[in-house]
Design a protein around this ligand. Structure first.
Ligand code: SF4
Ligand code: SF4
Length: 472
């Protein structure tokens, strides 16, 4: 029985409710009157229910689809302006005891090099990441209580926050590790993590169990209820995601929105971010079984519909996607992207020798961070290295209240300009710096409050003189 307030995975992601929603969406996919009603509701920018969003996802009416894209773009502009937050993944260890059939780190894969970074290696990797200009990391590790116990993850976080190289600093560490206990989530919170990220992979229980035949991840309920435990452990920024291409995309789209509704209703705070990874080619993964069944068009439609359905949730796209695809979805709702990523364990400080391949998947966008930053600015986006909210204690419901009242914009834009300025001063090529300084000049006009603008101009001058870490 469907119950958004239930603590049980099978009730807040009720299979029957998903199927009923998919049937409803199919029945109404070309119902102009209903689609107009849903779009009118979406224009209020308060979001949509999973069922309403499912109708938009299935809609085949060309003119209405164009309206959906235009609205997604407008909502993106209203909530996030032209800022794109930058981050990089850091793989700590690819030891894993799970049997996930789509991931090369699964236990039975004997061709892949197994690695785990030592604290000394982490210092080297993070120094290399700082030297590129990164301020925000997403830590990744396989599930292995012997090789990657919580103590190891905590030690890595402590090491990372302690590394200060030249003007570099990692100011926010997000963590993507296996579902765990409330006690361990509490330890992660105490270690000062930003967002706890856990991908559901698929919400379809039967497919989930088949795709995860062995290991602790096989337990669908334990995995799906992890975000509730994370919140019980004090973590109030959580990041959801599904791996599109594993299962029927409409099912997972509906599931992820139901999960967001559950967190908002049951815990009082919706997800901080939603990631939209698609399956990629990888070692020991049969391309005939996992063929990335989602076209670029459907992928773009999913992004647009999520943007409309949960306007307050940041959306992340990784370097799994090509430059062309990233360019398309940036307009439609993506607010965070990774740049210059390595999906191997190590590889930032020194490229990994080919015979030692430890990568989780192939990267489609191989550009340097400097190239990505310049590319964004040439499209009039402001790359932002901001981490202010978490450091000012603006997380969870405090963050959501500011966001929903529209006040967050007064922080985001100035912070984006100041962190971009830091990047330009410390890490950019001359060409990128020239493009960036012009962009900052122009973007200062977006700040309407004269006092804030004056302060920002002052801070920018101080950054040029060598001072760092100003924030609103
Ligand atoms: Fe391990 Fe995660 Fe890969 Fe599964 S997806 S095999 S849990 S690293
Ligand atoms: Fe994100 Fe807060 Fe910075 Fe805005 S001010 S970009 S919401 S960290």
């Amino acid at each position: 029985m469907y119950n958004v307030m239930s603590p049980k995975a099978e009730e807040f992601i009720s299979h029957e409710e998903v199927l009923a929603s998919l049937a409803y969406a199919q029945e109404h996919k070309n119902d102009r009157e209903l689609i107009d009603e849903i779009l009118a509701k979406a224009r209020e920018r308060k979001g949509l229910s999973h069922r309403e969003a499912a109708v938009l996802l299935d809609c085949e009416l060309e003119d209405k689809n164009q309206e959906i894209y235009a609205l997604a773009e407008q909502i993106k502009k209203d909530f996030y302006g032209n800022r794109i937050v930058m981050f990089a993944p850091l793989y700590l260890s690819n030891y894993c005891i799970n049997g996930c059939e789509y991931c090369p780190y699964h236990l039975k894969n004997k061709h892949i090099a197994r690695k785990k970074l030592t604290q000394e290696e982490i210092v080297k990797e993070v120094t290399a990441l700082q030297d590129m200009g990164h301020k925000r990391l997403a830590l990744e590790a396989g599930e292995d209580p012997i090789n990657n116990p919580i103590e190891y993850i905590l030690e890595c976080i402590k090491t990372i926050y302690g590394i200060k190289h030249k003007n570099g600093a990692i100011r926010r560490v997000n963590v993507n590790i296996a579902a765990t206990t409330i006690e361990n989530y509490r330890k992660l919170k105490e270690a000062g993590i930003g967002t706890y990220i856990l991908f559901q992979e698929t919400y379809h229980k039967e497919s989930y169990e088949k795709l995860h035949p062995t290991g602790p991840k096989h337990d669908y309920a334990y995995h799906t209820e992890a975000m509730d435990r994370a919140m019980d452990g004090g973590i109030d920024d959580v990041g959801l995601g599904v791996l599109f291409g594993l299962n029927n995309y409409q099912y997972d789209f509906t599931g992820i929105l139901m999960h967001a509704e559950h967190l908002e209703a049951y815990k009082g705070v919706g997800p901080h971010t939603i990631s939209v990874p698609r399956l990629r080619r990888a070692d020991d993964i049969d391309p005939d079984v996992f063929d990335n069944g989602i076209s670029d068009e459907i992928f773009a439609k999913i992004v647009a519909c999520i943007r409309i359905a949960v306007p307050y949730t940041g959306m992340i796209v990784s370097t799994r996607e090509s430059q062309a695809c990233r360019e398309k979805v940036l307009h439609l709702g993506i607010s965070q992207i990774s740049g210059a990523s390595k999906t191997s364990v190590g590889g930032y400080a020194q490229p990994e020798p080919e015979e030692e391949n430890s990568a989780q998947f192939d990267v489609s966008d191989n550009r340097t961070l400097d190239e990505v930053v310049k590319w964004l600015m040439e499209m009039d986006y402001v790359p932002s290295f901001c981490t202010a909210c978490y450091r000012e204690g603006r997380t969870g419901d405090r963050f959501m209240t500011l966001l929903k009242s529209g006040q967050i914009v007064n922080c985001c834009h100035p912070n984006a300009l100041m962190t971009l300025k830091e990047y330009l001063e410390d890490y950019a090529s001359e060409q990128t710096r020239t493009v960036g300084d012009k962009l900052i000049e122009k973007e200062l006009n977006v700040i309407t409050n004269p006092k804030v603008k004056e302060k920002v101009i002052d801070y920018l001058a101080n950054i040029h003189k060598g001072e760092r870490d100003f924030r609103f």
